[in-house]
Design a protein around this ligand. Structure first.
Ligand code: SAH
Ligand code: SF4
Length: 371
């Protein structure tokens, strides 16, 4: 164990043994876990349930540092985007999308992406590396810092009137980061172990406490991992479908050549967390003249028969040099109406944060974008 091991991203067992190595008793781990993930402590010195020498010892050996922030933008519509900088200088984006009484954080799982989907800005950037669990949880931590969304109460402790780290008396109620969507940069199922570890930490009720029903993982269709995700994590599933024939999907979402539509939809039928109340979301980006005809809508309905599904129509968000155009509004509406009449909810996902390039598929590290 080197100096300044970052405790963020360790599971409770790992935290316990890291602490034990310094002579801390076992019960301290839960206490420190709670300080980190309930209170959002950013400094060991704030952990006042511990003696001063104990705090000093922690600070000598560990850190609770969040990733860096290279840039922070706020859109006209309230969407915020952070360009998150890892210790090695690599960058990913993280986006907070507020809604009336809730809000989602769109979290990245990889630097770049290997899947090369044709319409995706991230896909034009090669995979650089997987994010660690610490870097994935770190995105949630830094968003909660900025949003002042730490409940301000650690296990076994009354909320303090003064000096709650990160939280003031007049802050809004804790709710603007109520959901997590693994829809940032990268294919989360290509980095399953780290994503799973990070999500387990986020779901822990004695900590961040965002439950599996409020977490959605989006995948381009890494079929073998879908099953594991369902069994082990039970989070909501979103599938980037985007095409209703293998011929077209092979081109738009190249992983389809390995796992064609039929296998993908079987994995959805088998997905344990899917039910009437917990439907699978199918994301469908509307590309003018490519996948947006009524015949496509008809085929879509046919394909999804028997699956508890919701279809998210995503107006295509263009990026510099991209080969596609967004479908006309009438085409999107006609497509949506057809799917809707067949019994599937088909909301059009209104682009958020377009003015700061934070909308779906626009994410790309600025360092790469500038080249
Ligand atoms: N890699 C995962 C999750 C991140 S992408 C996945 O592909 O599912 C989040 C959603 O945005 C995906 O459905 C993706 O296909 C879609 N998307 C990508 N580029 C887009 C663009 N330019 N316009 C609109 N949606 C896009
Ligand atoms: Fe990767 Fe998703 Fe973009 Fe495809 S759409 S290239 S899987 S980030």
């Amino acid at each position: 164990m080197g100096p300044h091991l970052n405790l963020i991203g360790l599971d409770l067992e790992e935290l316990t043994s890291a602490l034990a190595a310094l002579g801390f008793e076992k019960y301290r781990a839960a206490q420190i876990w709670s300080q980190i993930y309930c209170l959002g402590a950013r400094d060991f010195m704030d952990m006042t349930t511990l003696s001063k020498p104990a705090r000093e010892k922690l600070a000598q050996h560990f850190s609770i540092a969040r990733p860096g922030v290279s840039a922070h933008q706020k859109s006209e519509d309230g969407t915020q985007k952070w360009l998150v900088r890892m210790d090695d200088g690599n960058e990913v984006e993280c986006v907070h999308i507020p809604e009336e009484d809730r809000g989602a954080l769109c979290v990245s799982s990889q630097v770049g992406c290997a899947m090369m989907c044709k319409f995706c800005h991230t896909g034009t950037q090669k995979l650089v590396r997987n994010l660690t669990a610490s870097e994935i949880v770190g995105q949630i931590m830094l968003a909660r810092d900025v949003l002042h969304e730490w409940p301000g109460k650690a296990e076994g402790e009354e909320p303090k009137k003064h000096g709650k780290p990160g939280r003031n008396e007049d802050d809004p109620p804790v709710r603007s980061l109520s959901n997590i969507v693994m829809m940032g940069m990268g294919e989360p199922l290509n980095n399953y172990d780290n994503v799973a570890k990070a999500l387990r930490i986020a779901m822990d009720e004695a900590g961040i406490g965002i439950g599996k029903r409020r977490i959605t993982l989006s995948t381009s269709g890494v079929v073998p991992m879908i099953k594991r995700c369902g069994e082990e994590l039970g989070v909501n599933l979103a599938i980037s479908l985007h095409a209703v024939t293998d011929e077209l999907r092979d081109v738009l979402v190249p992983v389809n050549r390995k796992y064609p539509i039929k296998e993908l939809l079987q994995a959805c039928r088998d997905y344990p967390a899917a039910s009437n109340t917990r439907r699978i979301t199918f994301e469908y980006v509307m590309l003018k003249g490519v996948n947006d005809s009524l015949a496509d809508a008809k085929q879509l309905v046919k394909l999804l028969r028997g699956i508890h599904a919701k279809i998210n129509l995503i107006p295509y968000n263009p990026w510099p040099g991209s080969p596609f155009e967004c479908s006309d509004w009438e085409a999107i509406q006609a497509f949506g109406d057809f799917v809707n009449a067949a019994g599937y909810a088909s909301p059009v996902r209104m682009p958020r944060g377009r003015d700061i390039m934070a909308a779906c598929g626009q994410l790309k590290s600025a360092s790469v974008r500038e080249r």
